[in-house]
Design a protein around this ligand. Structure first.
Ligand SMILES: [Zn+2]
Length: 210
């Protein structure tokens, strides 16, 4: 049963999201238009750059290196630019984080290869966290900023999967979503990655059925 659920989760045919022509909008606004940025866990917000994972047509939102830079910037990981290879590395890491989380959420052990990818990215990164005013600020190296940024994302996943948070990792029950989230509710009874999107949609469809 669990194996079947995992098979459903495999993206059958990835749809690359249409990228609208470059229009001059502030980076923050562009990121909000391009991505879902509402997941509280950084590593899971990264996995949400593919949406509708369990539907027939998962949508890839990291469509090119510029989109990767835009997402990283929205996460406070400002890189001077990224290459096609950076994008490949990012997608490889993202899918390893997702598959490992999906396994944990369904009470299975993550695949060893995914753990290797996660650990390799976590140890390769050299980012330093500093306090600026009242916020955490990531300092990335000039020569390998994307590697450092991916290290931050991998470390965030390691922190969740390797601590008591592990038992709170869940997959969203929203239609077609299957996004990862951390259930921090007191009764551990949260069902959706976000109340504003999937939770709301479920509520609306229940009302329509009535
Ligand atoms: Zn969801």
């Amino acid at each position: 049963m669990i194996a079947r659920a995992a098979a459903i989760c495999e993206p059958a045919k990835m749809v690359r999201e249409e990228v609208s022509p470059v229009v001059e909008v502030p980076a923050d606004e562009a990121a909000h238009r391009a991505f879902r940025l509402d997941n509280e866990v950084l590593a899971f917000r990264f996995t949400a750059t593919v949406s509708d994972r369990s539907g027939g047509t998962p949508r890839e939102r990291l469509t090119d290196p510029a989109r990767l830079s835009l997402w990283l910037r929205s996460a406070g990981l400002d890189v001077p630019g990224s290459s096609r290879q950076d994008l490949n590395d990012a997608v490889e890491l993202r899918e390893a984080i997702y598959r490992a989380g999906r396994a944990i959420a369904t009470a299975r052990d993550p695949d060893l290869q995914d753990v290797r990818v996660l650990n390799a990215a976590a140890t390769a990164g050299q980012a330093k966290a500093v306090l600026e005013g009242d916020s955490l600020h990531w300092m990335l190296s000039r020569t390998a900023a994307v590697r450092d940024a991916l290290g931050v994302l991998a470390t965030d996943a390691v922190r969740v999967y390797g601590t008591s948070d592990r038992s709170r990792v869940k997959c969203c029950e929203g239609k077609d979503c299957m996004g990862l989230f951390l259930d921090t509710s007191r009764g551990t009874n949260r069902r959706w990655c976000s109340m504003n999107t999937c939770g709301n949609r479920a509520k609306k469809s229940r009302l329509t059925v009535r």
